[in-house]
Design a protein around this ligand. Structure first.
Ligand SMILES: Cc1cc2nc3c(=O)[nH]c(=O)nc-3n(C[C@H](O)[C@H](O)[C@H](O)COP(=O)(O)O)c2cc1C
Length: 187
């Protein structure tokens, strides 16, 4: 048993599709989290497109729930796909909502980890890179290393979305241990 106080991590996948590799990666993270670390996955399906008029009328319920879940967590783990060499709109939109209001944002000074999966050879590297840039503006504490780039994702999950590749499971477990240590630096 770990003697450190328990940590809660909010997992967010930047894909809405049922068979998402990135969501499957987060499900594997739930199983592989080290002792004393609990990961809960937040579904972005109820987060609408950012619209300042909606925001002015009060955060829509899906946005309010998202911000609340971020605030309640000790850290946020984002699993992002890569679309056209960048961050998919679903993920960027969620970050945009959670970046507001700028001086009291849910993401402000929040420890953040970025991972991702793609069937291609780069494992969402460019999507991850672009997503990290957003955390400069939100003043989030984005962990620089280690990275987790799950390339050729279709070979690493079974048909039920279980992460079956032993090396990736090991890499993910090491990543989560490092992320827990990163979060504890800011407590
Ligand atoms: C519009 C679009 C653009 C894409 N562009 C890229 C890309 O630039 N690089 C890449 O590795 N995969 C790209 N892909 C493939 C995605 O990586 C793949 O669909 C992946 O499974 C999406 O993540 P998910 O499984 O979590 O939904 C693209 C897919 C779509 C739909």
């Amino acid at each position: 048993m770990s003697e450190d106080p328990p940590l809660s991590i909010l997992g967010v996948a930047g894909s809405l599709r049922q068979g998402s590799f990135n969501r499957a990666l987060l499900r594997a993270a739930v199983d592989l989290a080290p002792d004393g670390v609990r990961i809960e996955i937040f579904d972005l399906a109820a987060v609408p497109l950012y619209n300042a008029d909606l925001e002015a009328a009060g955060d829509p319920p899906g946005v309010a729930a998202f911000k609340q879940a971020i605030r309640a967590a000790d850290g946020v783990l984002l699993a992002t796909p890569e679309y056209n060499h960048g961050v998919p709109g679903v993920m960027k939109n969620a970050v945009d909502w959670a970046s507001r209001p700028p001086r009291d944002a849910a993401l402000g000074e929040k420890p953040v980890g970025v991972i991702g999966a793609s069937p291609g050879m780069t494992g969402s590297a460019r999507g991850q890179s672009q997503l990290r840039q957003a955390f400069e503006f939100t003043n989030s504490f984005c962990m620089p290393q280690p990275e987790l780039l799950v390339f050729r994702a279709h070979e690493k999950f079974d048909d039920d979305g279980r992460l079956t590749d032993a090396a990736t499971r090991e890499h993910l477990a090491r990543y989560l241990t490092a992320f827990a240590a990163w979060i504890r630096r800011f407590r």
